[in-house]
Design a protein around this ligand. Structure first.
Ligand SMILES: [Zn+2]
Length: 161
């Protein structure tokens, strides 16, 4: 898929296998303000991908590096979720919802990532799921059903099932 690469300094080398994908919202509708924030070394935050309101995908950290998106977190019996996950940020707020262009770019990106790294659909979760009580994104307006249905249907073999 079409994707721009604007590398953030906020990262370290990855030493663990990628086994999860974490979905976030940025709490701003402006792609530019998120890019600026993730390019600021003082922010100490980043994500692998940011998807704008018009569906543009910007990669800011290589998959082979650890991005700083999860913070204090817990998933599948393990802490430090950044070490074994890919972080995807959607330009949205708690009340804005998500655009069609954005959701369809997210679907394509997730499909490529789960195929490439053999990540189970059940290991695509929200920031709120790995840091409950501390984080609320991507919130109740995020359509998990749509995403899981799309990935389940697309990720089947037509001839081998
Ligand atoms: Zn988040």
């Amino acid at each position: 898929m079409k994707c721009d690469f604007i590398e953030s300094p906020n990262k370290v080398s990855r030493t663990e296998k990628i086994t999860a994908i974490i979905i976030h919202y940025t709490a701003t509708l402006s792609l530019q303000s998120t890019l600026s924030w993730f390019l600021n070394p003082g922010a100490k935050v980043s994500a692998h991908y940011v998807i704008s309101r018009d569906g543009r995908v910007v990669q800011m950290v290589k998959d082979s590096d650890v991005a700083w998106h999860a913070g204090k977190s817990f998933f599948n019996g393990r802490t430090g979720v950044n070490q074994f996950s890919i972080g995807i940020e959607l330009s949205a707020t708690a009340t804005s919802g998500f655009t069609e262009d954005q959701m369809s770019s997210l679907e394509q990106l997730l499909l490529e990532l789960i195929r490439k790294y053999e990540i189970p659909i059940t290991s695509i979760v929200g920031h709120q799921d790995i840091a409950p009580g501390r984080k609320v994104d991507p919130g109740s307006l995020f359509d998990w059903f749509r995403i899981r249905k799309f990935l389940t249907e697309k990720n089947k073999c037509a001839d081998l099932s």
